[in-house]
Design a binder for this molecule. Structure first.
Ligand SMILES: Cc1cc2nc3c(=O)[nH]c(=O)nc-3n(C[C@H](O)[C@H](O)[C@H](O)COP(=O)(O)O)c2cc1C
Length: 151
């Protein structure tokens, strides 16, 4: 049994809906235990218990949202000390950009180092059903990759 951790931060609920969709997609895979945590509540012990992690957050003021940045900052040295090297997927919500958050997340994650398992998704504008469907696909594909030992 492999474990997939989903960590999200959401102010208005958009990223929370993406996180629920990612979790729903991942739950379609057998032999995968899915855990969903708010970034404020997540810590390095959650990462240590996981085989892969999906991070979902917004771009705020040209940067990764504060709670997701806080989560990664809190885990940075403890993850390195534990030698954690996890595959990750990144889903970003943004009004019209998202590249600042992507750059920042990539930089932090490559420093731990975590390995990018899938192409980062930047979902721009208001919540759409199409985005929920894409989030489900990401969750299912990542979970399938973990179950098959690809990542
Ligand atoms: C304080 C604040 C700052 C924002 N800054 C940006 C930004 O720099 N670039 C961008 O594309 N969108 C920006 N947005 C839009 C959010 O990324 C977008 O609304 C996102 O869907 C919010 O997701 P959430 O409410 O689930 O956290 C900002 C929103 C807020 C509230």
């Amino acid at each position: 049994m492999k474990s997939l951790l989903i960590v999200y931060h959401s102010q208005s609920g958009t990223c929370a809906r993406f996180a629920a969709a990612v979790a729903g997609g991942a739950a379609r895979e057998e032999n995968i235990a899915v855990t969903v945590r708010r970034a404020w509540d997540a810590g390095v012990s959650d990462l240590a218990a996981a085989d892969g992690v999906v991070l979902i957050a917004a771009e705020n003021s040209g940067a990764l949202s504060g709670a997701m940045k806080d989560f990664l900052d809190r885990c940075f040295y403890p993850a390195i000390q534990r030698g954690l090297v996890l595959p990750y997927a990144l889903v970003l919500s943004a009004g019209n950009d998202g590249r600042g958050a992507q750059r920042q997340a990539d930089r932090i994650l490559s420093g731990i180092p975590f390995t990018r398992a899938t192409e980062t998704q930047i979902l721009r504008g208001e919540f759409r059903d199409e985005y929920a469907a894409r989030s489900e696909e990401i969750g299912q594909a990542f979970a399938a990759g973990l179950a098959m030992g690809i990542f």
